[in-house]
Design a protein around this ligand. Structure first.
Ligand code: ZN
Length: 130
């Protein structure tokens, strides 16, 4: 009776899924993040790409807000603040348990916790076509 419901939810990946379990994880200030997944796929994420996909609430809502949000009419603000260079620089990174990586950016932004399921979803590789 619950079978149908389970099928509908098969969208969310099981935590034990090799597709979302990193075998190897490397993060490099120049090359960005590279993950080799347990299913043999390798994904690499440039740092600016990761910053653009920062999953924290602040960045999510910033992405959803149109850039043209009028703060003061007549003054056009640049899309990215002057600190953007630092914003895409890696300051530090650490694992959060076994399910996520926390990236700390050069501008001090440290609330981005990239869980592996999310990383696999946004992986810029052609293999994850679902
Ligand atoms: Zn963020």
């Amino acid at each position: 009776m619950t079978t149908e419901k389970a099928l509908n939810e098969s969208h969310s990946i099981d935590p034990g899924d090799p597709r979302v379990t990193p075998l190897e994880l490397q993060i490099d200030r120049a090359k960005g993040l590279r993950i080799r997944w347990s299913d043999g796929v390798e994904s690499s994420y440039p740092l600016n790409y990761l910053r653009k996909h920062c999953p924290c609430a602040t960045c999510r809502s910033a992405r959803q807000t149109p850039v043209s949000t009028a703060l003061s009419p007549g003054i056009s603000l640049p899309i990215l603040p002057p600190g953007i260079e630092r914003a895409t620089q890696l300051s530090d990174a650490s694992l959060v348990g076994r399910y996520a990586i926390n990236i700390i950016w050069g501008d001090g932004h440290d609330t981005g916790i990239y869980d592996f399921r999310y990383l696999r979803q946004i992986a810029p590789t052609p293999d994850n076509g679902e």
